[in-house]
Ligand binder design. Sequence first.
Ligand code: CP
Length: 338
Amino acid sequence: MKAGHFLDLADLDRAEIAGLLDLAGRLERRPEPRALAGKVLALLFFNPSLRTLASFQSGMARLGGSSFVISPGQGSWLLETRQGAVMDGAAAEHVREAIPVLASYADALGIRSFAGGSDLAADLADSTFRAMVEVCPAPVINLESALNHPCQALGDWKTMDDLDIPAAGGKFVLTWANHPKPLPLAVPAAAVHMAAARGMEVVVLRPDKYALPAAVMAKAQRAAAASGGSLRETAARDDALAGAQVVYAKSWSSPAHYGDLDTEHRLRAGLRHWCVDEDWFAPARLDCRFMHCLPVRRNVVVSDAVLDGPRSVVVHQARNRMWSQMAVLHELLKGNGR
Ligand code: CP
């Protein structure tokens, strides 16, 4: 991988993405249980996970390597991430020391560090995550930062390839969905960029006040322009879903009221009907698929009928996290003589 890290799918050109997807498919069909023998992956999780943690540990083991997990404050020191902090609070150690130390025990470091959720400009700049990458002497894998989830995006691209969902011109609808809490922008930003980079007709369906930030849309527009895809947004459900081949649901915070929890809760009280149900698919293609990154709240984000029905490919998506991440690990670490 030219960049030496795996931080953002936008850092890779189309040929590099195609190479990773080919490799992921090959590793799925033909195991390479010694490919990363002797290699160690450190996984630093500031936030909870089921899929990312388990799929990286399983993937590393399937390639013959090993991994260890640090969850700050759970059996290890709480870590400070703020630059220039006076560390007289709960955190005993700064990431400026902890990250180089962890990197000295490993060949690559995965970091999960979610959005702060109060300062939109800081979260759009992904500043906390970027500062950690800067002090890491080893390759870094983004396990979900404030604004990005490239591992999810790569696995989702593979899932659509597996299902023969057309890249050029296939219609991909990213829909906002109900949720009791304001959630980060990382997955919607990564998903809309990925589908645009794949060359799809991308529509963002969202209520008023939930338009994605201009910077997120502009990045996806650039990807669409390069791939021959398209991107637009609307609040009109039937228009968005007409002819859709994929409905990808995700909730996110209102960029217009970022960090304002009272307004978020007031807005969301009127948006409980944004729970994806079978009737949403009436204008879509008969074989339209339902995607979600998981975890998902049943009958809040999406109905049981959709999740348990034939449209849902959410477990396929989760499984593809492992194969696609194995390809990333293989590319970053095979032949790396650190
Ligand atoms: N989709 C995803 O990243 O899942 P986890 O939060 O469980 O890792």
